[in-house]
Design a protein around this ligand. Structure first.
Ligand code: AMP
Ligand code: MG
Length: 475
C-alpha cells in the first residue's frame, strides 16, 4: 500500500477536510479482490476495509477531503455543489505508478451536503457497484468499485431504507463542475492551477490547456458513442457528473434499454426527456460548451472552438465503427446508413430486445433458414423479411464467412446486460440479507460476451424486463 494525498495537499483550496461518519452495524458485503490486488491494496485486511468504509476509521496515511464543485443541473446553473456525501480518502499509487483515488460514497455529511443527509442507500450503492463493474467489463470507461458496505443505519428516502457505502476508484474524480465553480465564483486564477495539476498527474503527454480540452472533447465523444452503441442511458448528465477523464461517473437512475426505444428515459423526474438515450450526444456537446466557457479566460478561444468542432465527427465515427462491428460488417458501403436506419425503425416498431437481437444476429448464416432463436424475438417476422434479406446480401457482398463473423460479433455483442429488472431482484434479496443473487449477477457481468450456461436465466427474455419503471433520482 502506498497512500498519497496529492489532491488534498496540492489543491487545498479545492476541498475541505472532513471526517467520515460511522454506520450502525456496518458489515462488508463485497470486496473486489482482483482490482484491489491490481491497485497494490491486496494486503489490506477485511477488518481494515470495514473500519475504513463503514466505521469511520480511515487507514493510516489517509487525509479525507470533500471536493468543491458547481454544475449545470438540468440546464440551470447551481453555483455550489461539491461532494455532499462522498469523500476522497486518499490516492493509492499502484505498482505500475498509476494513481487511484479512493473515493468513499455515503460517508456522511460534508460542508457541501446542503439539505442532504450525506448518506447513500443500499439500493443505489448496489446499483453503482454493479454498473461500474459491468460497464468496465463491456469495455466502457468508468469509475470502478472496490468495496461495498451495508449497515442497519436507517436512511429516509421515499421509504426508510438502510445506509451503505461504496469505495470507488478512478485515476481522478475531477469533473467539468470544478472548472465551472472556480470560473464563476470569482476565483478564475485557480483554473490554470487545476489545468497544471491535471497535466502533471493525468495527462503527462499533453502540454497546454488547449490540448487538454481537445482531449476531454475526444474522450467525451468516444464515451458517449460507446453508451449509444450499447444502449446505456446515464440519466443525470449534469456537468457536475461529467468526468474530465472521460469516465462514466456518478451512477444514479441510469438504465440499459431492454426493448429498443430511441427516446428511452430512465429517470422519472426527467419529465422533459432532457437526458433521453437519443439526447445524450447533444447533451455531451452542450456540457463541453459549458466547460469551454469556464476555460475561456485561460485557453485560446479558437483552440476551444476548433476542439468543439471535432466533437460530432469523433462521436459519429466511433459510433459507426462500433455499430458496424456489432453487425459483423468489415467494409463500408454507401447504403449502410439505410440498412442501420431500417434496423432501428423495425426494432423500435416492435420494441424488440436490443441486446438479444444483436447477439442472436450473429447466428445468421449465408444460406438456409433464419436462426430460430432470433425469430422468437420478433412478434411478427414478416416485416423483417426484407431487412434480413438485405443484411444477408450485404454480408455476401463482402465475402463474410459465417464462423469467423460469429466469433467477431460475439466479442462485441454482450449476452449479459445489467437490466434494471435484474438489478432490482438482486437489491430486494440484499435488502432481506441475501447476497447470493448479487454474487451471481456480479459474476455473470464480469464476462458479458461469453456463453455462460450456468447463468442462462440472466440472459433469457422475461416479461418483467419490459415492465421496468423509470427510476427516481433518490439514492
Ligand atoms: P448527483 O446528481 O446524484 O450526483 O448529486 C448532485 C449533488 O447532490 C452532489 O453534489 C451530491 O454530492 C449531492 N447529494 C446527492 N445526494 C445527497 C445526500 N443524500 N446527501 C448530501 N448530498 C447529496
Ligand atoms: Mg454527482
Amino acid at each position: 500500500m502506498k497512500l498519497i494525498n496529492s489532491f488534498a495537499t496540492e489543491l487545498p483550496w479545492a476541498c475541505e477536510p472532513v471526517a467520515p461518519q460511522p454506520l450502525a452495524n456496518a458489515r462488508l458485503l463485497h470486496l473486489n479482490r482482483p482490482l484491489l490486488g491490481e491497485l497494490g491494496l491486496g494486503e489490506v485486511s477485511d477488518e481494515q476495509w470495514l473500519a475504513c468504509c463503514g466505521q469511520a476509521r480511515p487507514l493510516p496515511g489517509m487525509q479525507p477531503v470533500a471536493q468543491v464543485y458547481a454544475g449545470h443541473q438540468f440546464g440551470g446553473y447551481s453555483p455550489r455543489l461539491g461532494d455532499g456525501r462522498a469523500l476522497l480518502l486518499a490516492e493509492q499509487q499502484a505498482p505500475d505508478g498509476q494513481r487511484w483515488d479512493l473515493h468513499l460514497k455515503g460517508a456522511g455529511k460534508t460542508p457541501f451536503s446542503r439539505f442532504g443527509d450525506g448518506r447513500a442507500v443500499l439500493r443505489s450503492s448496489i446499483r453503482e457497484y454493479l454498473a461500474s463493474e459491468a460497464l468496465h467489463a463491456l469495455g466502457i470507461p468508468t469509475t470502478r468499485a472496490l468495496v461495498l458496505v451495508g449497515s442497519d443505519e436507517p436512511v429516509y428516502r421515499e421509504t426508510v431504507e438502510t445506509g451503505a457505502t461504496v469505495l470507488r476508484t478512478a485515476p481522478s474524480h475531477l469533473r467539468f463542475g470544478q472548472f465551472e465553480y472556480f470560473a464563476w465564483s470569482g476565483q478564475g486564477e485557480k483554473i490554470p492551477l487545476l489545468i497544471d495539476y491535471l497535466l502533471r498527474h493525468h495527462f503527462p503527454e499533453l502540454e497546454s490547456g488547449a490540448e487538454l480540452f481537445a482531449e476531454v472533447v475526444r474522450r467525451t465523444a468516444r464515451l458517449i458513442a460507446k453508451w449509444q452503441a450499447v444502449g446505456f442511458t446515464h440519466g443525470v448528465m449534469n456537468t457536475d457528473n461529467m468526468s474530465i477523464l472521460g469516465l462514466t461517473l456518478d451512477y444514479g437512475p441510469y438504465g440499459f434499454i431492454d426493448g429498443y426505444e430511441a427516446d428511452f428515459v430512465c429517470n422519472h423526474t426527467d419529465s422533459g426527456g432532457r437526458y433521453a438515450l437519443s439526447q445524450q450526444p447533444a447533451v455531451g456537446y452542450w456540457n463541453l460548451q459549458k466547460l469551454a466557457q469556464a476555460l475561456a479566460d485561460h485557453v485560446d478561444g479558437e483552440a476551444l472552438a476548433a476542439a468543439l468542432g471535432q466533437y460530432e465527427h469523433q462521436l459519429m465515427l466511433h459510433y459507426s465503427e462500433l455499430m458496424r462491428a456489432r453487425l459483423g460488417l468489415e467494409t463500408w458501403e454507401d447504403e449502410d446508413p439505410a440498412l442501420f436506419r431500417q434496423m432501428f425503425q423495425q426494432l423500435a416498431a416492435d420494441k424488440i430486445d436490443y441486446h438479444l437481437f444483436l447477439r442472436r444476429l450473429a447466428l445468421v448464416e449465408a444460406s438456409g433458414p433464419w436462426p430460430a432463436s432470433l425469430l422468437t424475438l420478433l412478434p411478427d417476422a414478416t416485416p423483417w423479411q426484407g431487412w434480413l434479406d438485405a443484411y444477408r446480401a450485404r454480408l455476401a457482398r463482402e465475402g463474410s464467412e459465417d464462423a469467423t463473423r460469429k466469433a467477431r460479433m460475439d466479442a462485441v455483442n454482450p449476452k449479459y446486460v445489467l437490466r434494471n429488472a435484474l438489478a432490482q431482484g438482486v437489491i430486494e434479496a440484499a435488502e432481506r440479507g441475501d447476497m447470493a443473487p448479487f454474487e451471481r449477477l456480479y459474476a455473470a457481468l464480469q464476462h458479458p460476451y461469453d456463453e455462460q450456461p450456468e447463468f442462462e436465466e440472466l440472459a433469457t427474455p422475461h416479461p418483467d424486463w419490459y415492465l421496468g419503471e423509470a427510476l427516481s433520482c433518490s439514492s
